[in-house]
Write a protein that binds this ligand. Structure first.
Ligand code: ZN
Length: 506
């Protein structure tokens, strides 16, 4: 009885680990039929090693090992090398191989000692050979560290050259210092998401189930990642979010630790040299070093990556995200001493029960919109001609304002309730002030590509530009926040040869 319990105690964690590993491989685009065969091999070898007779009357552990265990082990190594391996793993792999050889040698040596008087002198020679191999592998492991670092440095130096060339390319804007407030959308690259994560909140993409689906669902689309620059006559150069950084896009596996590497895709972010935050700022006539304040709508990595380029800036964010949000600490390494947490003690603001008048002059109002993350906030910029509401990820796109018809993935429970509350407060703010326009971080509709980009091309949309954006909104949404015909999103699978599908509105 104890023996059976012990074996079951081994079987359950082994099968769970195997299942998690299969999910990771699926996320890494390993074809499903191959995964089925490999999964059967894995399960067969675990069960066969615990209960050999289950697989046949003449089955023994040795046979299970030879016919299932070894192929499963080789399969694991092959799949790891094909889809997980990154150059920084090399020293670790060599060190593990060295440790294995040395351990084996020590075992052989001990066995040889015991048999030294008998006819078996060979284990000592084997121990010598294995020990030698272990030492050689250990030396290679040590030597590989600097080579690996050198390779990464070389790659990043090449990217740096491309960045500098992009800054110098003709056609940049000359800075105007005329005391006029300007706002510029900054496209810092694109990110892959599953269609359901983006648009499927009302189709079962909620909570844990939603997270698992984001890992294995291959109905993927790419969406833009936007940050926004504010050149403020009184408060200097401000950013709302920072987009992604170059390493996230081009050295993903080097930037992220093993856990993040396993649970994300290598080409999660795409960025051209021109989309580097520093290049975008330089092309607009600014320098990243001049940015004094970053308003971080939330801690997620597609908003915080660019902090690596802004070590001097004060980062204003909701404390709840810092304490309870899911984020990658490395992205905050250079600014973690510069964080500033608003108290949200400036009283109610319209439908929002709390707010923060950041500069005390009403020019920037921070509005808590938890839900997408525990401390998500929206940023309202108020200017003479109207206002701009930076949405962060509270709502991904303009059609998401029709929150009863289009919803992004929600976290479930209270977070979902908060998320919908936040959406309704935003609706109420927009309804009460026709001079305010929403600007999104991931809008993949024509609102962003056709309207916002042209209205803000010079940074000064003016009253007329803001009015036109609102007029466009009214062609998409009714006053009751329903979508008008022609604006309901639909997934279109990838054409042959294309990696990602797209979204059509109809
Ligand atoms: Zn985002």
């Amino acid at each position: 009885m104890v023996k059976i319990l012990g074996k079951v105690g081994l079987l359950v964690p082994a099968l769970l680990t195997g299942a998690a590993w299969l999910v990771i491989l699926r996320l890494k685009n390993v074809p499903a039929p191959l995964l089925v065969v490999y999964g059967l091999l894995l399960a067969g070898s675990v069960i066969g090693l615990l209960w050999p007779r289950v697989l046949g009357r003449r089955s023994t552990r040795r046979r299970v090992l030879a016919f299932l265990g070894v192929p499963a082990g080789l399969g694991t190594l092959g799949l790891y090398l094909a889809v997980v391996y990154y150059v920084t793993d090399l020293p670790v792999l060599l060190a593990l191989a060295a440790a294995g050889c040395l351990g084996w040698a020590a075992g052989a040596l001990l066995r040889g000692r015991r048999r030294v008087s008998g006819p078996h002198a060979r284990p000592t020679r084997r121990a010598f050979l294995l020990g030698g191999a272990g030492l050689v592998l250990g030396v290679f492991s040590g030597l590989s560290v600097s080579r690996v670092e050198g390779r990464r440095r070389e790659m990043l130096a090449q990217r740096e050259q491309q960045r500098q060339a992009a800054v110098r390319a003709p056609g940049g804007r000359r800075r105007v210092t005329d005391g006029v407030l300007r706002v510029f959308p900054i496209h810092t690259g694109d990110t892959i998401v599953t269609y359901g994560q983006f648009y499927g909140g009302l189709d079962g993409w909620e909570g844990l189930n939603g997270y698992v689906r984001t890992l294995v669902d291959k109905a993927q689309i790419t969406v833009p990642v936007y940050a926004y620059l504010i050149d403020h006559p009184r408060h200097g150069l401000l950013l709302v979010d920072t987009g992604v950084n170059r390493e996230q896009a081009h050295d993903h596996d080097g930037y992220y630790d093993m856990t993040s590497r396993l649970l994300s895709e290598r080409d999660e972010y795409q960025m051209t040299p021109e989309q580097d935050l520093r290049v975008r700022l330089a092309r607009l006539g600014y320098d990243a070093d001049e940015v004094t304040t970053v308003f971080l709508t939330h801690v997620h990595d597609d908003h915080a990556g660019g902090l690596r380029h802004l070590p001097q800036a004060t980062v204003v964010m909701d404390r709840r995200d810092w304490d309870h949000g899911v984020f990658y600490p490395h992205s905050f390494d250079l600014v973690k001493e510069n964080l500033s947490f608003p108290a949200f003690d400036s009283g109610a603001f319209g439908a929002f029960p709390a707010s923060q008048d950041h500069f005390g002059d009403g020019s920037i109002v921070l509005l808590p919109t938890p839900g997408h993350s525990p401390g998500h906030m929206c940023v309202l910029l108020r200017m003479d001609e109207g206002g701009v509401l930076f949405m962060g990820d509270t709502l991904y796109t303009l059609p998401h304002l029709a929150v009863d018809q289009v919803r992004q993935m929600t976290i479930g429970g209270a977070d979902t309730v908060h998320q919908i509350e936040a959406a309704r407060r935003i609706q109420s703010l927009l309804a009460s002030d026709p001079g305010v326009v929403p600007l999104f971080a991931h809008d993949n509709t024509r609102y962003q590509s056709d309207r916002v980009l042209s209205a803000f091309a010079q940074g000064t949309p003016g009253k007329e530009g803001l009015r036109e954006l609102r007029a466009h909104m009214e062609t998409v949404l009714t006053p009751g926040w329903r979508l008008r015909p022609g604006h309901t999103p639909r997934f279109v699978p990838a054409a042959s040869g294309a990696r990602w599908g797209r979204v059509e509105f109809g």
